[in-house]
Design a binder for this molecule. Structure first.
Ligand code: UD1
Length: 419
């Protein structure tokens, strides 16, 4: 088993370049299943979820040609399978996109239930409702979801909850449907826009992505024959920005889209940090004690749940009593028990956690309970007194490219060792 050993109390200094967005990449790769031809995707993050997705497509008959660890050409002309077993799909959440993409292309998909981080109940009723509205029959049994349709017909879909996955799946299933589909109360995250832009580049007709009403005018075929570059990862950018302030550092975050980071910039400034945006670069620096804040996680453009644990680390060492209300996931405070092992004073009940700011964190052996919790513990290790050991790195590797290398370049004393 691998673990990270971090010797703490290092202010981060220098520059970090942000990779392509994980949550866009893991939607764009299955979206290639809708293309009858070839496309090239650039700026892919080099993470295990991306590798896994490309392997799944290969199993389905796609030809995968890697040009570098960030660029791949996918030829989906000869897709000859529509079944993906539970053993594969439960390895990650984004396997649910296979349903929308295969249903859209082949009118049939049998896909095992999705896995992913344990953040509490993760229903997919809005995905199923969207497929059914388009004319599919959906059966959920024995751990599999099977969707079948004679034909898919454009329709109106009202999402009862704002869901990233259901919005993208509704787009995937409707791109090749007959007529127009209107998705109302759609999610607006940057990766929704990125998937729509990708599909439009390949020949789709999707309008309004990034607003809460998306209109998909069905087309007969996606020819592909184009190259698309994945948007920068706003969660990775936010992770380094928070780490800079928590470690009392001064860093430049390169290759980011400032617009996507507005809620994070606002909170960093609110607690006393500094941010200066300059084109696709951000300078983020500490010059005075940070203090309490109240945060409620919300769908974009609200404060992202995927940065809640990282922000929790900063609040745990900020003066005063902070409160985080997690409105998206039921079990996203598991990391607080790990932080408490490091001397934090956090109490959580249900969807609310109260952070009594402490002066210092101290090193302890801790476990990454999920992907973003893992990133939060790395930040905690960087700011703590002593040597922190972090276990269960597989969660972190699913979603962050070369995370310890990037932190090391910023001066963190961090190494990965085999136990
Ligand atoms: C995606 C992200 C995840 C992020 C989350 C919220 C990917 C691969 N994962 O997850 O990192 O934390 O968005 O930004 O992109 N819901 C339902 N029924 C549904 C679908 C969702 O009730 O059919 C609820 C969920 O329980 C949750 C909320 O809607 O409370 C948002 O979930 P959703 O946006 O769908 O999250 P994911 O797509 O799973």
């Amino acid at each position: 088993m691998e673990k990270l050993i971090i010797t703490g109390k290092t202010p981060l200094k220098g520059e970090v370049t942000i990779s392509g967005a994980k949550n866009a990449a893991v939607a764009i790769i299955p979206a290639t299943l809708l293309i009858n031809g070839t496309c090239t995707i650039e700026n892919l993050p080099n993470i295990s979820d991306v590798k896994l997705y490309c392997d799944i497509l290969k199993e389905l008959g796609a030809k995968i040609t890697w040009h570098s660890e960030h660029e791949v050409t996918i030829n989906t002309t000869n897709i000859n399978a529509h079944n993906i077993p539970l053993d594969t799909t439960r390895k990650f959440r984004a396997s649910y996109y296979l349903l929308g993409a295969l249903l859209g292309r082949c009118k049939y998909a049998q896909v095992g239930s999705p896995g992913g981080c344990n953040l509490g109940a993760r229903p997919i009723d809005q995905h199923i409702k969207s497929f059914e509205a388009l004319g599919a029959s959906v059966d959920v049994s024995n751990g599999n979801i099977t969707a079948t349709a004679k034909k898919l017909k454009g329709t109106s879909i009202y999402m009862d909850v704002v869901s990233v996955g259901a919005t993208i799946n509704a787009m995937l299933a409707s791109v090749l449907a007959e007529g127009t589909t209107v998705i109302d109360n759609a999610a607006k995250e940057p990766h929704i826009v990125d998937v729509a832009n990708f599909l439009n580049t390949m020949g789709a007709d999707i309008r309004g992505a990034g607003t809460d009403i998306i209109k998909v005018n069905g087309v007969k075929e996606l020819k592909g024959n184009a190259t698309y570059s994945v948007v920068p990862d706003q969660i990775e950018a936010g992770t380094f920005m928070i780490a800079a302030i928590a470690s009392k550092g001064d860093i430049i975050v390169k290759n980011c889209i400032t617009k996507h980071l507005e809620s994070i910039i606002a909170k960093i400034i609110e607690v006393g940090g500094n941010v200066d945006a300059n084109g696709d670069h951000l300078r983020v620096w500490y010059d005075k004690k940070t203090h309490k804040a109240t945060i409620k996680t919300l769908p974009y453009p609200g404060f992202p749940t995927d940065l809640q644990p990282q922000m929790g680390v900063l609040l745990s060492i900020s003066e005063g009593t902070s409160i985080i209300n997690e409105s998206i996931w039921d079990s996203r405070f598991q990391y607080t028990a790990e932080l408490n092992k490091m001397g934090a004073h956090i109490t959580s009940q249900g969807k609310t956690a109260v952070f009594e700011g402490v002066k210092n964190l101290t090193a302890a052996p801790v476990y990454a309970t999920d992907l973003r919790a893992g990133a939060a513990l790395i930040i905690a290790g960087i700011i703590a007194n002593g040597k922190t050991e972090i276990y269960h790195l597989n969660h972190i590797d699913r979603g962050y490219e070369n995370i310890e290398e990037k932190f090391r370049k910023l001066g963190a004393k961090i190494e990965r060792v085999e136990e």
